[in-house]
Design a protein around this ligand. Structure first.
Ligand SMILES: O=P(O)(O)OC[C@H]1O[C@H](OP(=O)(O)OP(=O)(O)O)[C@H](O)[C@@H]1O
Ligand SMILES: Nc1ncnc2[nH]cnc12
Length: 237
């Protein structure tokens, strides 16, 4: 993959949403004999709708370049996207957090839920800057108090997430943070946990999304905001 191709200019979910919404007449319009009218509306839309403009944030390329790709880790066939190399570059680490803050300031986020382990690196920085509480979603047998659990399937195995009862109040607006979405199994479990406790999941935010899963970037009806696509090879680190 070329370096230019490795960055998204906006979230993948936003692109999916715009493809699937107002650009075409609904199918039932054709079925009930209003095909010509619907086509005319579509044609008018095509004339007046502004062409999408790809505004590429220059920080995204730096973020993509700072992530190391380790082939065949933790098992053969997995191209592991390692964010620890990004953490060694404070300016790039800050860029990533800043981009999330630019998106979520003003969205009345009450809580940031971080997924163990790598969501614990980005989530608290975002929570503190937003003035929101931080909720750790932990792997099994780590939380001492009363908890609820959700199992899920991973690219390379199965796992479970747990959350303390009482961490979220019903109706609170939650942002879920992790480093990477691959199958979406982990984020889906996190969404289920928070919703079972009455949380209002506003969005999920990840640094990296694997391109082969990009059509799935709406999970349990919740948008997933991704900064960069994963790189499948590594030439820089
Ligand atoms: O979209 P998915 O297919 O569910 O995969 C994404 C998850 O996998 C990784 O964590 P991992 O389970 O490897 O745990 P770790 O961070 O504790 O190493 C990553 O940090 C995400 O949490
Ligand atoms: N390819 C990958 N790189 C890093 N973390 C992951 N979690 C699931 N798939 C992954």
């Amino acid at each position: 993959m070329g370096e230019e191709a490795s960055c998204n200019s906006v979230s993948i979910m936003e692109a999916v949403a715009s493809n699937s919404s107002n650009n075409k007449p609904p199918p039932q319009a054709k079925e009930n004999g209003r095909a010509a009218a619907a086509d005319a509306v579509a044609a008018a839309d095509a004339v007046v709708a502004p062409a999408p403009v790809a505004v590429v944030d220059p920080r995204l390329q730096g973020i993509s370049d700072a992530i190391r790709v380790v082939p065949h880790f933790p098992k053969p066939g997995i191209m592991f996207n390692d964010i620890t190399t990004l953490l060694l570059r404070p300016a790039v680490f800050k860029d990533a957090v800043d981009i999330f803050l630019e998106r979520y300031r003003g969205m009345a986020i009450d809580a940031v839920a971080g997924i163990e382990a790598r969501g614990f690196i980005f989530g608290p920085a975002i929570a503190l800057a937003l003035g929101a509480k931080f909720i750790p979603l932990r792997k099994p047998r780590k939380l001492p108090g009363e908890k609820i659990s959700e199992k899920y399937v991973l690219e390379y195995g199965t796992d479970c997430l747990e959350m303390h009862v009482g961490a979220i109040e019903p109706g609170e607006r939650v942002l879920i943070v992790d480093d990477l979405v691959a199958t979406g199994g982990t984020l889906s479990a996190a969404i289920r946990l928070l919703e079972r406790a009455g949380g209002n999941v506003v969005e999920c935010a990840c640094l990296i999304g694997l391109p082969k899963f990009k059509d799935f970037y709406k999970l349990n009806g919740k948008p997933v905001y991704v900064l960069v696509e994963s790189r499948e090879s590594d030439t820089k680190n």
